[in-house]
Write a protein that binds this ligand. Structure first.
Ligand code: FAD
Length: 303
């Protein structure tokens, strides 16, 4: 059995594995895909001390760094069940194998909820974006739409309005769902338009985004607007379904952790986008991965 078993090979998992291995304890890692969401990212400009990198490059760097240490890496494997039994945490894999460890760090990340309309997949990173903190500056001086009128959509619109030329907010329902204070701030901006009752039908463009077609749900009419970018802000889904009933999660499905990265199950820690951390970013995931590994080490020396 391992002392620390990390589930997930994104920034949080890589950081947790390195911190654990540096304590000289038996460290394992199970990851479906090394690098996680980073693989789907083009330019990264906010990983402090690295002025610019690209997703696949960062993923390769993460892997190289983890491989400097004595970490038993199992990639291409999906965890499907967690159970605490006789002082060990048992992780059952989809292939039926069971891996045992004294402590586990869950770092299975999250995925952006997708619209599922034509053009979205094809134009991802070619104008279709999900992270305003990351990709906002790429649209300086341009016209973008934000799809989704909840808190994250309106926060994104306010953020983007300071960077881009014009923001069009598209909400499916008859009114925005965001907090009043955010809506008030949004209404005070003169380069934002809000369209409600709008059902996005297609993101258009060849090679890069040139606009969006939507149905006005009131009139049933189809309309098209010209755009340079589309930010989809309809939620972030944590990859934690497989932990149902095993580890405490909040309403959004995020694993609840304390200051040490500990969950409600002794010996089970979590880090990164799969947790209830306030913000989801690479540098934040790396920090929480380090915290969870140190938390797990503390637990091991006390038990
Ligand atoms: P993830 O990166 O999601 O990694 C999760 C890991 O767990 C993966 O290895 C996955 O294969 C594995 N996994 C999942 N389920 C299982 C399972 N059941 N069993 C085994 N393994 C499993 N952040 C920035 O700071 N700057 C940016 O510029 C930036 N741009 C982004 C652009 C895009 C398009 C996207 C999608 C995100 C961007 N982000 C950016 C956010 C950033 O990528 C995430 O915050 C970060 O990757 C989270 O790291 P993580 O390790 O918690 O999770």
């Amino acid at each position: 059995p391992f002392d620390v078993l990390v589930v997930g090979g994104g920034p949080a998992g890589a950081s947790a594995a390195i911190y654990a291995a540096r304590k000289g304890i038996r460290t394992g890692m199970i990851a479906e895909r090394f690098g996680g969401q980073v693989n789907d990212t083009k330019g990264i400009e906010n990983l402090i001390s690295v002025k610019y990198t690209e997703g696949p490059q960062l993923a390769a760097n993460l892997e190289e760094h983890v491989k400097q240490y004595n970490v038993d890496i199992m990639t291409g494997q999906r965890a499907k069940r967690l159970e605490k039994k006789d002082d060990f945490v048992h992780i059952e894999l989809e292939n039926g194998a069971v891996v045992k460890s004294k402590t586990v760090i869950l770092a299975t990340g999250a995925r952006w909820r997708e619209l599922g309309v034509p053009g979205e997949k094809e134009l991802k990173t070619k104008g279709v974006a999900y992270c305003p903190h990351c990709d906002g500056p790429l649209f300086e001086g341009k016209h973008v739409a934000v799809i989704g009128g909840g808190n994250s959509g309106i926060e994104a619109a306010i953020d983007l309005a300071g960077v881009v030329k014009h923001v069009t907010v598209m909400e499916f329902l008859p009114e925005l769902k965001a907090d009043q204070i955010l809506q008030k701030r949004l209404n005070s901006l003169d380069n934002v338009t809000v369209i409600t009752n709008a059902q996005t039908k297609e993101i258009t463009g060849t090679g890069k985004v040139d606009g969006l077609t939507y149905i006005d749900r009131e009139s049933g009419e189809e309309r098209h607007i010209q755009l340079d970018g589309v930010f989809v802000q309809i939620g972030l889904v944590p990859n934690t379904d497989w932990l149902e009933g095993a580890v405490e999660r909040n309403q959004r499905g995020e694993i609840i952790v304390d200051k040490h990265g500990a969950t409600n199950i002794p010996g089970v820690f979590a880090a990164g986008d799969c947790t209830d951390s306030a913000y989801k970013q690479i540098i934040i995931s790396m920090g929480s991965g380090a915290t969870a590994a140190l938390g797990a080490f503390d637990y091991l020396i006390r038990n």
